[in-house]
Design a protein around this ligand. Structure first.
Ligand code: FES
Length: 125
């Protein structure tokens, strides 16, 4: 059996929204204590909705795939919906991850939450 689903492989090979948005409204930097991998998420917010999300990661294939999927799931969603996006939702949308790779999916959701918190802090909320 293949380790990764076709959806994971697709997002790993053709990751969506790689890079950094210009003049971000929020920046989230997170690290994975299990492996030391790092990720930076940048967001643009318009009318309390996530209008643009990009990611940069120094991480494994599963981290790239989960980040790519996370940007697609969160794009256009409200701030609240972005905050309630969980790593399980991301992993599920990818057709599942092997148990030993679930820790890799933390980065994507945590990075998004960190970027939203940064945005809210800048607003003084
Ligand atoms: Fe580090 Fe996957 S091994 S994020």
């Amino acid at each position: 059996m293949d380790l990764y689903s076709d959806i994971v492989m697709d997002h790993f090979k053709n990751p969506r929204n790689v890079g950094a948005v210009e003049k971000p409204d929020g920046v989230g930097e997170v690290g994975n204590p299990t492996c030391g991998d790092m990720m930076t998420i940048t967001i643009k917010v318009k009318d309390e909705h996530l209008s643009e999300i990009k990611f940069k990661t120094l991480g494994c294939g599963a981290a790239i795939a989960t980040s790519s999927m996370m940007t697609e799931l969160a794009q256009g969603k409200s701030i609240e919906e972005g905050m309630s996006l969980t790593r399980d939702m991301v992993a599920e949308a990818l057709g599942g991850l092997p148990p030993e790779k679930m820790h890799c999916s933390n980065l994507a959701a945590d990075g998004l939450h960190a970027a939203i918190k940064d945005y809210q802090e800048k607003l003084g909320k």
